[in-house]
Structures are given as structure tokens and as C-alpha cells.
Design a binder for this molecule. Structure first.
Ligand code: HEC
Length: 125
């Protein structure tokens, strides 16, 4: 077998192995994000993000419908904006005091924020 053929074969293998691995890795990320969401957000934003959690009607300001974040941003999911709302870095003056700032508070692991935002992106309709 020539060197080129071997290289082509190798590339093929790497592609064949790597792609499913990538897909699986993303799935894990989203599943982790779903867990973070269930532990910290469902009470207010609801199981599917519509803003209809069990606490929702006890708040002065209704929790935002999290499934239309992309639609309300011209079709692009505003990942950066969403991240900074969740961790409290960029909230406007009149933002409801009901929603906690989750920066260091997501189960003590700040790293959870990324998967959480990835999960929220999957809720967009
Ligand atoms: C105690 C209730 C409560 C909890 C828990 C809560 N939120 Fe909220 N959230 C709200 C309320 C109320 C608003 C609306 C605030 C406003 O507009 O003043 C809001 C707004 C938001 C927004 C802003 C959307 C926009 O368009 O500005 C995002 C994003 C969001 N929440 C995500 C989350 C995530 C993710 C979690 C879990 C980590 C979470 N929230 C937990 C009550 C809550």
C-alpha cells in the first residue's frame, strides 16, 4: 500500500470515528444542561421553558418565555446575553429581583453555565 493510500485510509477512519464521538459529546453537554435547568430554573420558567413553572403565578413579574429568545433576537440565539442574564452580569435596573444570580451558585460549579446555555438553545422554537 502506498503512503497516500494509507493516509487516505487513516483520514477515513478518523472521520468515521470522530464524527459520532462529537455528536455524543454534544448530547452529553445538553443532557448536563438539562439537569442544571431542572435543578435551578423549572420552578419559575417551567418544564419546557414557557414561563409556566409552579412559582410563576406567585411572582410580581412573570418569568420570561425562554423558548422565544432566538425569535426575539432576529432568529439568532443570544448566547452571550443569556449567559450574562443568568450569572447576573448584565441585568437592567428594572430586572425582576425574583430571579437569583446564578454565577457561582450553579451547584457550586461555574462550568455548568455553558451546558445550561447550550440546553436553552435547544428549547428555541
Ligand atoms: C424565582 C424565579 C426564577 C428562577 C428560579 C429563575 N428565573 Fe429566570 N426569570 C425570572 C423572572 C421573573 C424573569 C423576568 C425578569 C424581568 O424581565 O425583569 C426571568 C428572566 C430570565 C431571562 C431573561 C430573558 C430575557 O429575554 O431578558 C433568562 C435568560 C432567564 N430568566 C433564565 C433563567 C435560567 C437559565 C434559570 C435557572 C438557572 C432561571 N432563569 C431561574 C424568574 C426566575
Amino acid at each position: 500500500m502506498g503512503n497516500n493510500a494509507m493516509r487516505a485510509g487513516l483520514t477515513g477512519w478518523i472521520t468515521a470515528l470522530g464524527l459520532p464521538l462529537l455528536v455524543v459529546a454534544c448530547g452529553i453537554n445538553v443532557a448536563q444542561g438539562r439537569g442544571v435547568y431542572e435543578r435551578n430554573c423549572v420552578q419559575c420558567h417551567g418544564d419546557t421553558g414557557l414561563g409556566d413553572g409552579p412559582f410563576a403565578d406567585k411572582l410580581l413579574k412573570p418569568p420570561t418565555d425562554l423558548t422565544v429568545l432566538a425569535r426575539n433576537n432576529g432568529g439568532t440565539f443570544p448566547a452571550m446575553y443569556v449567559t450574562e442574564i443568568i450569572d447576573g452580569h448584565s441585568r437592567s435596573e428594572d430586572f425582576s429581583g425574583a430571579m437569583p444570580e446564578f454565577g457561582p451558585g450553579l451547584g457550586g460549579e461555574e462550568l455548568q453555565l455553558g451546558p445550561l446555555v447550550d440546553y436553552l438553545e435547544t428549547l428555541q422554537r
